[in-house]
Design a protein around this ligand. Structure first.
Ligand SMILES: Cc1cc2nc3c(=O)[nH]c(=O)nc-3n(C[C@H](O)[C@H](O)[C@H](O)COP(=O)(O)OP(=O)(O)OC[C@H]3O[C@@H](n4cnc5c(N)ncnc54)[C@H](O)[C@@H]3O)c2cc1C
Length: 385
């Protein structure tokens, strides 16, 4: 079976993908066990990835980034899937956190943070979710109160990727609780030597063990007023805009995981013998694999059509929501079927299929739960009355 040619792929992007694959495969082989035990990637990983030019690829070159498009970052994140490394930690560092700054930061904020993030010397995080404000992010209670030339932040956040290691946390907080979503603002918090800031817990997860997930507390954390990102009260609009990019990343890495699973499983069922013959000699196994391989090709065609429109600037939010829910749902289905064909080996963490399967589960939850995505699609189909 040959893979379809990706219409957005260029010679430069293909070379970047090969470079990323070589770097990430070597890193995973050398360091995965330690990352898993400590529940986060090493500082050395970040600076090495920065030096290799793999971080913040879509940040303009004048701010130290790769000067490319989101396609550059997607190529690197796909290589992470293939290397069996949990994607969210790099996704937040290379796309989510820096894109807030690129789109909404002042010149001073961009020059201060982006070159350091691209070099891997500063690790970034986005803190939106709270214990009582997940899907309903507007219910957040973290407050930021203006006091003279500062904002004073008080509240707690949970499920924050990179939270335990981040130097820069973009914190969503209410500056005007009476104004609903128009009262939410974003603040850039430098956590290094930051009085009142603490990491209260690193949360154990089903998968993605090398990507840390933390609870954070802000106890009257005082930041200068020029740490406000964009306009006061403009936080919700910025979150909505940036979440679209996160959803495309999830759709892309879901498709990459489906493709990777089909490759791994094809190899396994041709090599593994049972009842004196390779597993693939069973019709049921062939049918399972045929269906998964077909779904991988269909998924790729849908994703590529989205990416072509994204790069032209004509991708609408409803189609992004379709891609996020449908491709991450498919990821769960295909990975589960593929794991089954590995038998007991598929349930051991020694086999990459097990890691792919465990890592996939969160994709239907973060970036907006898939049920919320269907609401977005449904609203786009509803005639205004
Ligand atoms: C691995 C991981 C990494 C994360 N990283 C970050 C991060 O870096 N920063 C950050 O701020 N957050 C992060 N999150 C949080 C994530 O965005 C939230 O978990 C997600 O938005 C869902 O919120 P919740 O967990 O509170 O679930 P809830 O809001 O309690 O929802 C639970 C379930 O109810 C259903 N549901 C909820 N609302 C509706 C509705 N309106 N219609 C239909 N069904 C509905 C859905 O099935 C949903 O999954 C991360 C989460 C995980 C698991």
């Amino acid at each position: 079976m040959t893979s379809p040619v990706r219409p957005w792929m260029t010679v430069e992007l293909a070379a970047l993908g090969e470079r990323a694959a070589a770097f990430l495969t070597a890193q995973a082989a050398a360091h995965r066990q330690r990352w898993v035990e400590q529940k986060h990637l090493d500082r050395d990983f970040w600076t090495a990835a920065g030096a290799a030019g793999l971080l913040c690829r879509s940040v303009p070159a004048e701010y130290g980034g790769g000067g490319g498009t989101l396609a550059d970052d997607l190529v690197v994140l796909t290589a992470l899937v293939d290397a069996g490394i949990a994607v969210p930690t790099v996704q937040v560092q290379s796309v989510i956190a820096p894109q807030f700054l690129v789109d909404h930061g002042t010149q001073e904020q961009k020059h201060r943070w982006l070159p350091e993030m691209a070099a891997g010397r500063v690790v970034g995080a986005l803190a939106m979710t709270e214990a009582q404000a997940g899907s309903d992010a507007r219910a957040m209670t973290t407050r930021a109160v203006r006091e003279g030339g500062t904002y004073v932040i008080t509240g707690t956040k949970t499920f924050i990727t990179n939270g335990s290691i981040a130097d820069l946390v973009i914190v969503a907080a209410c500056t005007d609780p009476a104004a609903g979503r128009h009262g939410i603002s974003l603040l850039l918090v430098d956590t290094r030597d930051c009085e009142g800031f603490s990491v209260t817990r690193v949360i154990d997860k089903v998968g993605q063990h090398e990507a840390d997930l933390a609870e954070l507390a802000f106890d009257r954390v005082r930041v200068p007023a020029d740490c406000l990102l964009g306009a006061e009260g403009g936080g919700w609009a910025m979150l909505v805009r940036q979440l679209t990019k996160e959803r495309i990343v999830i759709a892309t890495t879901a498709t990459a995981a489906v493709e990777r699973a089909v490759v791994l499983t094809t190899r396994h069922v041709n090599e593994r013998q049972a009842f004196g013959r390779p597993l693939i000699d069973n019709q049921h196994v062939r049918i399972e694999l045929a269906e998964c391989a077909t779904e991988a090709v269909v998924a790729r065609a849908f994703l590529d059509s989205c990416l072509v429109r994204l790069l032209k600037g004509s991708l609408d939010d409803a189609t992004v929501a379709m891609a996020k829910w449908w491709l991450s749902d498919l990821e769960g289905q295909v990975l589960d079927r593929c794991l089954q064909l590995f038998g007991g080996y598929g349930y051991t963490t020694e086999y990459p299929i097990a890691r792919l399967w465990a890592n996939a589960r969160a994709q239907r939850i973060y970036g907006g739960a898939n049920e919320i995505m269907k609401e977005t699609v449904g609203r786009s189909l509803t005639v205004r009355r």
